[in-house]
Structure formats: structure tokens, C-alpha cells
Design a binder for this molecule. Structure first.
Ligand code: A2P
Length: 347
């Protein structure tokens, strides 16, 4: 006999929601009942799951009755509205928004890094920011061997981080430009096709944007290390769905590229991609649709004896969002932290 769970996806019609659905299917997550929730706008649509077309319903209180697990990816304000309602009704919520990430009561989990944190959940577990997930998967194995003192990151973030509509907008803009027309920007503040701009999240008094501060604060929380110094520059680039990051790491003592390569070649969730002869390293197109974070161009920082440079690409929708959430759900099942209210024979 195996347990099976009643699952709801909040934001099922979005880029991450659709990926959640696909991952639940291909990873064969044990589901006895599935609810697809979105706004009124998309109620009545149908989405495929295991050969059946499931109805998308408008989110309401009643939708969270008899649900064991909610996977939420419908934005911060939607999560703030519905997460407590879902948990009061007995569900565990894995939330992809930034609404609860820095709440000390809420674990912020990357299963390859801090799976133990999930055990302390009080109903809500937060899925970290996408750039942070990708960076922590690559840096944690090195941090385990020699503590990282300082991280300086530059990101090259795809349109997918702003959702399905943003991905469509880049395609529409590209078409318009190629046809000699004026591109329109509605989701993004500026034209992204054939262009790039610093991440457009709100700026703080020091000139850092919210996305950059997420990398600082969330990495410290996930690593359980408030001393680690982190600075990031986040940039939106006209790539559809995988993010790239240039990362400079500073240690107390030197960390040879060979040693780092050896460690990362055996690290969970990481795939080393390096062919120095061909100048072949991770690329967002090759990271698209893959589970692993592709890491390469590992080299000594010539400006610092204890510095290391690396380059990574990871699928923002997959490991940067949906896959990490599904891995957290699998972790809950494995550690018996998700109490099923339904059981299926052989399910
Ligand atoms: P909808 O399709 O009805 O707008 P993305 O990040 O790719 O833009 O997706 C956002 C997801 O969150 C979509 O599924 C969207 O549903 C859903 N969503 C957005 N706002 C709300 C809301 N107020 N209530 C419920 N779902 C929402």
C-alpha cells in the first residue's frame, strides 16, 4: 500500500504552473486528486495531465477543502490571500512567490542544500528565488569544503522569470523589430528583444534592486550563514527561459579550479559542462528543459589568490521554480512530513 495525495496547483495556467503539472506527471508524484486553480480569467480552460483534460477552476475558499498539498505559483499577493486559508484547512503549501521567503517561521528550501529545513515547516514552505536556487546548487558543494567568504554575481535573466506573458512579449517584439515596426512593451517597462536592461524590480536606498537583495538575503538563509558577503547585479536579457550567472567566489585560502571541478562533477543537481579546446561552456539554450544546473568555465580569479570564477546556466522555470517545488514535495513524502488523508492501493 502506498500513500497518495490530494494536490492543488494555484496558478496552474502560468509558465511555472504548467511546468509543475508536467513534472508531477513525469516524476509520477502520487496524486489521488488534482485541482487546477487560477483566476476567473482562465476558469473553464482545460489542461492535460496523464492523458486526461483537467478543468481549470477559479480559486476560492472552497477549493482548498480536502487538499493535502498546494503548489502555489500565482504571485505574492495571491499567495498572501490564499496560503493561510489553505493551511487552516489542513494543507501544506509550497509557495513559489516571495511572500513568505524571509519569514523566520517559514523554511526556505533547496533540496540539494538544506533539505533538513523542511522538517520545521508549520504549513508553508517557501521555494526560493530562481537565480538564488541556481547559484546555491552550484556554490553549496564548494562552501561545504571551504567556506565562501564573499560572492559577487552578475545574472543574465531570461524573460520567463516574468511569466508566460513576458515570454510572448519578447517574441512579439522580435517579430515587430524584424518587420521594421515599433515594438510595444507592456509586461516589461522597456523593449527586451534585441536589448537588455538592469532588472526592473524596485530599488533600495543603496541602489540595489529587489531581485539582487533576494540573492543576498535568501542565500544567507538557505546556507544558514549570515556572515557571508554577497553582492549581485541582475540583468534581464532577451533569452526565453534559462538564466545564466557569472559568479566570483572568495575563500579564506586558495581553491584550485581542478579541486572545484572534481567536487562539482559529483554534486547533486549539477552538470559540469566544459570543453576548453572548443570554448564550449553552459548556454541557456542547452540548459532549457534540463533538470541540472550546468556549470563551467571554472577558473582561478587572476585578481585574487583565493578567488574562483565560474559560469552557470539553469532552466529558470524548471530547477529555478517548478522542479525545486516538486523536489520539496517529494522530500515531504519521503520524510513523512506530508500527512495523506487518502490512501490508494498500489497508487
Ligand atoms: P490566469 O491565467 O487566470 O491569469 P505567469 O507567472 O506565467 O504569468 O502565471 C501566473 C499564474 O497565476 C496564472 O496561472 C494566473 O492565472 C495566476 N493568477 C494571477 N493572478 C491570480 C489571482 N488573483 N488569483 C488566482 N490566480 C492568479
Amino acid at each position: 500500500m502506498s500513500n497518495s495525495y490530494r494536490v492543488a496547483i494555484l496558478g496552474a495556467t502560468g509558465a511555472v504552473g504548467r511546468e509543475l503539472l508536467e513534472l508531477l506527471e513525469i516524476r509520477n508524484f502520487p496524486i489521488s486528486d488534482l485541482k487546477l486553480l487560477a483566476s476567473e480569467r482562465s476558469a473553464g480552460q482545460r489542461l492535460p495531465f496523464k492523458g486526461e483534460n483537467f478543468l481549470v477552476e477559479s480559486v476560492s475558499d472552497a477549493m482548498f477543502e480536502n487538499v493535502d498539498l498546494v503548489l502555489a505559483s500565482a504571485g505574492g499577493s495571491t499567495s498572501k490571500t490564499w496560503a493561510s486559508i489553505a493551511t487552516e484547512k489542513g494543507a501544506v503549501v509550497i509557495d513559489n512567490s516571495s511572500a513568505f521567503r524571509m519569514n523566520p517561521e517559514v523554511p526556505l528550501v533547496v533540496p540539494e542544500v538544506n533539505p533538513q529545513a523542511a522538517a520545521n515547516h508549520k504549513g508553508i514552505i517557501a521555494n526560493p528565488n530562481c537565480t538564488t536556487i541556481l547559484m546555491t546548487v552550484a556554490v553549496w558543494p564548494l562552501h561545504q569544503i571551504k567556506p565562501v567568504k564573499r560572492i559577487v554575481a552578475a545574472t543574465y535573466q531570461s524573460a520567463s522569470g516574468a511569466g508566460a506573458k513576458a515570454m510572448e512579449e519578447v517574441k512579439t517584439q522580435a517579430r515587430a523589430i524584424l518587420e521594421g515596426k515599433q515594438p510595444a512593451a507592456e509586461v516589461f517597462p522597456y523593449t527586451l528583444a534585441f536589448n537588455l536592461f538592469p532588472h526592473n524590480s524596485p530599488l533600495n536606498d543603496w541602489g540595489y534592486c529587489e531581485e539582487e537583495m533576494k540573492m543576498v538575503n535568501e542565500t544567507r538563509k538557505i546556507f544558514g550563514d549570515q556572515q557571508i558577503r554577497i553582492s549581485a547585479t541582475c540583468v534581464r536579457v532577451p533569452v526565453l527561459r534559462a538564466h545564466s550567472e557569472a559568479i566570483n567566489l572568495e575563500f579564506d585560502t586558495s581553491f584550485s579550479p581542478e579541486e572545484a571541478r572534481e567536487i562539482l562533477s559529483k554534486s547533486p543537481g549539477v552538470k559540469l559542462v566544459e570543453d576548453w579546446q572548443k570554448n564550449y561552456f553552459p548556454m541557456p539554450m542547452e540548459a532549457t528543459g534540463r533538470d541540472e544546473v550546468l556549470v563551467g568555465r571554472i577558473r582561478q580569479d587572476i585578481s585574487h589568490p583565493c578567488g574562483l570564477e565560474l559560469w552557470l546556466c539553469g532552466d529558470q522555470i524548471r530547477k529555478g521554480a517548478a522542479l525545486n517545488a516538486v523536489q520539496i514535495a517529494e522530500l515531504l513524502v519521503e520524510k513523512n512530513l506530508l500527512k495523506p488523508k487518502a490512501s490508494l492501493v498500489g497508487g
